[in-house]
Design a protein around this ligand. Structure first.
Ligand SMILES: [Zn+2]
Length: 432
């Protein structure tokens, strides 16, 4: 049996929504100066507003293109007061890294293992030797593009899951707090929350529904700092340079050579941090500078890396007394976990418990970068990221499955109910 684009009548509604949304081009543009970076993101925003209207839940698109909707609470705290408002977010834009226009989604027959060649470009295959996660989805209906574009599961899976959640819960009397839904713009170019109205969000906790794989939760990001080392040298005629010339390029290069190679991004993954020289500027004999980023999941680890850079610079000052070597280090962002622990660890603990309640054990998946959730967490709204089933983001190999979409929806539903039943309860406990 060949893959088919036609509805077979038996598909879950969340999947039908997903297939509708991915067909709409919403690629964001890092070089654009307007907001949203591409007007076409509003095409999807308008469709979502009209689908919410069909569901019977009023929604609006604001001037920037964010879509807002609210699911009213059905439960209160025991004293009658309101439960904490929970916000659920997904981003509408797709990544600029792969073509995003003309997506033609394909729902494949149950996966039996082996290589799948996508019909739009025979060189694009789904291959378990390269993508071993495929083998965890045997028997499921894979969803891919035709191979000429990305799929856009990142993050239209999150969008479809949340619209379906509202559709399913609007007539459901099961306990829930007030739930704010917000679809964001320009996440892929790092501006997802720049214009997000936090007062309007009015949430105690939030979740981004934007994580890859199934059964994952992310609440750890790097602690981040940037160091700039500026070397001033002395330029003279190289024929008469002995004892006079101080070559800033040579000293900057020495600095880079002193950075431990074993702590480079090229050798790091999982919970490893790194030191990464990423830009050299103004490189000539009299002046050169190097910018490095420092990353670590623990604050102690980040301090150790700052220390190391400081000591290297001090040793260069001793070795090259004729040079001026300036070092400045500035903090960029903190591991979102520290904000979540300070503000309300229930954001994570309730997610873990709600998942257990439906037989899912969540796996914490550290994010090796910053996220919109880390910026929201820093702003006082603890915001872990939850799985959508999407895999191999930002590429023509991107895929999800019918079953993973349903699983993610089931989990988010359980989470909303959990906040409805337990939102008034305290929880002690660390995130270890
Ligand atoms: Zn995403």
């Amino acid at each position: 049996m060949k893959g088919t684009e036609q509805a077979d009548g038996g598909r879950p509604e969340v999947v039908e929504r997903f297939l509708r949304y991915v067909r709409i081009d919403t690629q964001s543009d890092p070089d654009s100066a307007i907001v949203p970076s591409t007007g076409k993101q509003k095409d999807l925003a308008r469709l979502l507003v009209s689908e919410f209207a069909d569901i019977g839940v009023p929604a609006t698109m604001d001037q920037y293109g964010y879509v807002w909707a609210t699911l009213q609470a059905t439960a209160t705290a025991p004293g009658g007061g309101p439960l904490p408002v929970v916000a659920l977010l997904a981003h509408m834009d797709t990544a600029p890294d792969a073509p995003g226009a003309g997506v033609r989604p394909i729902v494949h027959p149950p996966y039996e293992g082996g290589v799948i060649t996508l019909p739009g470009d025979p060189s694009v295959t789904l291959d378990p030797t390269r993508q071993p996660a495929l083998l965890r989805h045997l028997g499921e209906h894979l969803i891919t593009s035709d191979g000429t574009t990305l799929l856009g599961s990142d993050d239209k899976a999150g969008v479809a899951i949340l619209v379906q959640l509202v559709a399913d819960l609007v007539t459901d009397a099961g306990p829930r707090p007030e739930v704010r839904i917000c679809f964001t713009i320009d996440e892929e170019i790092g501006h997802g929350v720049d214009h997000l109205d936090l007062e309007r969000l009015g949430a105690h906790v939030a979740y981004t529904i934007d994580g890859s794989d199934v059964d994952t939760i992310s609440y750890e990001t790097f602690n981040a700092a940037e160091a700039t080392v500026t070397v001033g040298g002395t330029g003279v005629h190289p024929g008469y340079a002995r004892g006079v010339m101080v070559n800033a390029i040579r000293i900057a290069a020495r600095l880079v050579a002193e950075l431990p190679e074993a702590e480079s991004p090229e050798h790091a993954d999982g919970m490893d941090g790194f030191l990464h020289p990423h830009t050299t500027t103004a490189g000539d004999v009299s002046s050169a500078s190097v910018k490095l980023i420092l990353r670590d999941f623990t604050s102690d680890g980040l301090e150790r890396r700052k220390d190391l850079v400081t000591r290297i610079v001090e040793s260069l000052r001793i070795r090259y007394p004729g040079a001026s070597i300036e070092l400045s280090i500035r903090d960029q962002y903190r591991n979102m976990r520290s904000y979540i622990e300070e503000k309300d660890p229930r954001a994570v603990l309730f997610a873990l418990e709600a998942a257990e309640g439906i037989g899912i054990t969540l796996r914490p998946e550290p994010v090796r970068g910053g996220t919109d959730g880390s910026r929201l967490s820093e702003a006082g709204i603890p915001t872990p990221n939850l799985f959508t089933g999407g895999m191999d983001y930002h590429s023509c190999f991107e895929w999800n499955t019918v079953q993973s979409l349903e699983r993610s929806l089931r989990f988010v539903k359980a989470l909303v109910r959990f906040w409805g039943e337990h939102g008034h309860e305290a929880r002690k406990g660390s995130l270890d």
